[in-house]
Design a binder for this molecule. Structure first.
Ligand SMILES: Cc1cc2nc3c(=O)[nH]c(=O)nc-3n(C[C@H](O)[C@H](O)[C@H](O)COP(=O)(O)O)c2cc1C
Length: 172
């Protein structure tokens, strides 16, 4: 699968098979995050791979009760370890870096035949408690991962038109 195919066939998967992700496959997914760019190559991130059933159940309750969060055999919690750091432009580095790395994971997972779904609807403090994340860190996003109940073939995506999201030389 090439990058374009991965981009087009990735979609949010909210229904998973019970089968766990093989370790070597998980390793390749994590490697894709490890190789992601980060501002000044600081890599101030941590990715907590949650597979324990009880913890996934707790994470699902901390994520607005979204059922598929406990049904997915793996949940990856993306953490910024220096959330106060900002780039010169004023944007928090951790949010950008962790998000890029997690998107690498989502695309690599697609290539591996895995489904993913970003989870932004979660209780920051509760998730930190559940997996013992130090106070000074910040959870950027959760991502469910596992084999999808239905295939990942390229399908229609409801998106704005190119002309609605781009402009040339000046903002309009
Ligand atoms: C930062 C972020 C947070 C999201 N949070 C949730 C969530 O909490 N629950 C959920 O079901 N989907 C969540 N989504 C998935 C979006 O709803 C989904 O990506 C969007 O509708 C486009 O659909 P697609 O991913 O199938 O292309 C999130 C996506 C992103 C990028």
């Amino acid at each position: 699968m090439n990058v374009s195919e991965a981009v087009l066939s990735r979609r949010s998967v909210r229904s998973y098979k019970e089968k766990q992700i093989p370790e070597e496959c998980l390793h390749r997914v994590i490697e894709s995050a490890r190789m992601a760019p980060s501002a000044r190559n600081k890599q101030d991130w941590k990715f907590v791979v949650v597979q324990d059933e009880e913890k996934r159940d707790e994470l699902h309750r901390a994520s607005n009760g979204q059922k598929f969060v406990k049904e997915a055999p793996t949940v990856i919690v993306g953490v910024a370890t220096k959330p106060e750091d900002k780039m010169k432009c004023g944007i928090p580095t951790g949010i950008v870096d962790v998000t890029i790395a997690m998107d690498h994971m989502a695309l690599k997972a697609t290539e591996e035949g895995l489904g993913t779904c970003w989870i932004g609807a979660f209780d920051q403090e509760r998730v930190k408690e559940i997996i013992n994340i130090p106070k000074g860190c910040r959870v950027i996003a959760l991502m469910t991962m596992g084999y999808p109940e239905e295939g990942l073939e390229v399908m229609y995506k409801e998106r704005k038109e190119p002309g609605d999201i781009t402009c040339r030389d000046t903002y309009y």
